[in-house]
Write a protein that binds this ligand. Structure first.
Ligand code: SF4
Length: 338
């Protein structure tokens, strides 16, 4: 077929997994520039923002130009009330994809791109990669005709601008569908792509325990911040009866990380006279939770004669530093643990 021979560029949604790598490479193979973008939030891949050399690593390893973009500011409000609901855990996969496509669309002009690609494969995931939901993602991100899935070009979409304007040659693209990976692995071998990451993983919202923890914190706080999500990953976590959230350090490293999370409005607790954990209390609405937090600090502190013991707990909070005499809280805490 006769392709439009003016050099084109695509923005690629890049997850770092094999499918997104293949999507970039099969489009590049048609003499089209690809600018990949890896979106990050505190729920997935946030650590990459601190990892020097990531961009260069992807360029060298897969010959893909990628940038990182933090979309937390738009992601956090969406997560509270996703139009299309949640998956099995706290994962709003359809709204997540819609948001990413919208963000990619905003970048098209900056990069001189005429379309967007993603490595989605029809039938591969139960929520966001069904034929009907893939159409919804196009519709609700207002990218009908410009969002193109090169790994299933024939199966998933109505022909859009990319196909109608002969920007790509669909005959030369794969036509994967379903959950199997053999076709992708074979194509990777043909393209000389080795050592690619395993599919899935890496999203806390789809993890049963972390998803539940994040759901709970959204339920107790009307405004959840990026710092709140980092706080949720530290130490032993408790949701106390009046809705305060407590993180208790299990070792020195966690204690120092917990201390670094302290912000105005929090309470930082530690034993005054014997070694013990550092604990951070957030979203306090009732004094009983502060007393319980002090009791838990006493419970997990160094035992006296092999028994948890009472002691003075120093509390740094709104009114400066105070001291509380705390009995160790010895009740069954399994219902508070998160
Ligand atoms: S698993 Fe997480 S990152 Fe992936 S689509 Fe769902 S919510 Fe988004």
């Amino acid at each position: 077929m006769q392709l439009d021979n003016k050099k084109k560029r695509a923005i690629a949604l890049f997850s770092g997994g094999l499918d997104s790598i293949l999507a970039c490479r099969v489009i590049q193979a048609q003499n089209i520039d690809v600018q990949a973008v890896r979106f990050v939030t505190p729920f997935f891949h946030y650590d990459l923002l601190q990892r020097p050399g990531y961009v260069e690593h992807i360029r060298k390893k897969y010959d893909i130009s990628v940038i990182l973009k933090d979309i937390s500011d738009s992601y956090l409000p969406m997560l509270r009330n996703p139009v299309h609901g949640y998956g099995k855990h706290f994962n709003p996969c359809i709204d997540c994809k819609i948001l990413m496509v919208r963000e990619a669309k905003k970048m098209m002009e900056q990069f001189g791109a005429s379309f967007i690609i993603s490595g989605e494969v029809v039938g591969q995931r139960p929520m966001s990669q069904r034929k009907d939901t893939m159409r919804i993602i196009e519709r609700d991100s207002e990218s009908e005709g410009i969002l193109f899935r090169p790994l299933c070009a024939g199966a998933a979409v109505k022909p859009g601008k990319v196909v109608l304007e002969n920007i790509v040659d669909c005959e030369k693209l794969p036509n994967f569908s379903g959950r199997g990976r053999n076709g992708q692995i074979r194509l990777a071998a043909e393209l000389g792509i080795k050592d690619f990451p395993n599919p899935g993983g890496g999203c806390m919202l789809a993890d049963p325990a972390l998803g539940k923890r994040i759901r709970d914190v959204f339920a107790v706080s009307p405004e959840v911040t990026i710092a709140d999500i980092s706080f949720l990953l530290l130490g032993r976590q408790f949701l106390l009866p009046h809705g305060s959230w407590l993180a208790v350090g299990r070792n020195q490293l966690e204690n120092s990380r917990i201390e670094a999370q302290y912000v105005s409005g929090d309470y930082l607790l530690r034993m005054k006279d014997r070694p013990g954990p550092l604990a951070l209390l957030r979203f306090l609405t009732h004094a009983d939770d502060l007393a319980l937090a002090a009791g838990l600090v006493a419970r997990f502190a160094k035992k006296i004669k092999n028994q948890p013991a009472a002691g003075l707990v120093r509390v740094k909070g709104k009114g400066g530093i105070t001291e509380l005499m705390a009995e160790p809280c010895l009740v069954d805490v399994s219902g508070w643990q998160r």
